[in-house]
Design a protein around this ligand. Structure first.
Ligand code: FE
Length: 340
């Protein structure tokens, strides 16, 4: 009888301590909407530095968000990384993130590029691409110019419901208010060369082909083409100019890729370490160069010929989390303006 009791005690202890032991496993479960080959090196370097193994699940941005939501408290995910502030803001609104307090992250990531729950790790600009044979650079100096009747029938665009355009519209709301942002959106729609279709790269190609004179695109799509050795891409790049919008006023609209620690993260310590690692010099270089973006840590220099060729510009310093709060308004404006 006594022996049996003794045998039970260690068994009970083991089962009680099992969850804790599991949580201390040297792993990090990462849900990532990034799928760039260079990210392999980014993760391998983290494992080398910390001994923490990364289990990665990659899927489309919105799918991952849905998955984390459905898994709820059972979710194995520690960190979620994705692109565009609207998606990070959505995850935040759904209460999926846990706040992270980190001196290092506060020091390295500028205040307008983070919230208490998530951090940006790279930035991209929404630039104006124009056909050099058809459009004068002085006619595309600002986003506002895209709504000028002068550009009637010249503007190509992807869907107004896409996060990239919603974020730009949300920034317009932040700067000028809802009414002016709507006027702008209606002006842009009135200038469309065709109904919105395709992604940013499709708009770039349409401008080069002369289907339209101007389009807005995230900078990395154009940088990717600049680095391409394909003759057809060379031709596209040669036909086009890049304008940094709003250099005299608010600066060019930027967006981010970033991430945060999840509320039910089983490996919280590893999650914070990983986020801090993403702000390190090494990781910043991998993270940004992999997709031709800019590091968020100002002192980090990249060696990217396309980014170097694009040169310096004045970026909008609007708080990205504050801007993201206007995305719901932006969606309503896009609907009312018929920016489908
Ligand atoms: Fe993209």
């Amino acid at each position: 009888m006594k022996l049996r009791q003794f045998a039970l005690v260690p068994a009970l202890l083991v089962s009680l301590f099992q969850p804790a032991a599991q949580a201390q496993e040297n792993v990090l479960n990462l849900y990532s909407a990034r799928h760039y080959q260079t990210d392999e090196a980014l993760y391998a370097n983290f494992t080398k530095q910390t001994g923490i193994k990364i289990n990665r699940i990659e899927a489309k941005e919105d799918e991952l968000l849905e998955r984390i939501r459905n898994e709820g408290a059972q979710s194995p995910a520690d960190v979620f990384i994705t692109v565009d502030a609207t998606r990070l803001a959505k995850a935040d609104e759904l209460g999926l993130f846990a706040p992270v307090k980190s001196k290092l992250l506060e020091q390295r990531v500028p205040a307008h590029l983070r919230s208490p729950d998530w951090f940006a790790f790279s930035t991209r600009a929404r630039v104006i691409i124009y056909n050099k044979a058809a459009i004068k650079p002085e006619d595309v100096k600002s986003y506002e110019d895209l709504a000028n009747p002068k550009l009637k029938g010249q503007v190509c665009s992807r869907s107004g419901a896409h996060p990239y355009n919603l974020s730009l519209l949300a920034a317009m709301v932040s700067h000028h208010g809802e009414r002016k942002a709507e006027e702008w959106a209606k002006g842009v729609v009135a200038n469309f060369a065709r109904a919105p279709k395709g992604g940013d790269t499709d708009q770039i190609k349409a401008v080069a082909a002369g289907e339209c004179g101007v389009a807005i695109s995230n900078s990395y799509y154009f940088a990717r083409m600049m680095r391409s050795t394909k003759p057809e891409d060379r031709k596209v790049v040669e036909a086009l100019g890049v304008a940094w919008p709003n250099q005299q006023t608010t600066g060019t609209h930027i967006n981010i890729s970033g991430g945060g620690m999840l509320k039910h993260a089983p490996h919280k310590e590893a999650a914070v370490k990983f986020l801090e690692y993403l702000a390190s010099d090494d990781a910043q270089r991998y993270f940004a160069d992999g997709n031709n973006e800019w590091p968020v840590v100002a002192s980090v220099k990249t060696e990217n010929p396309a980014l170097a060729a694009l040169g310096n510009f004045k970026a909008d310093t609007l708080s990205i989390p504050a801007m993201a709060k206007n995305v719901v308004t932006a969606q309503k404006i896009a609907d009312r303006a018929g920016w489908k």
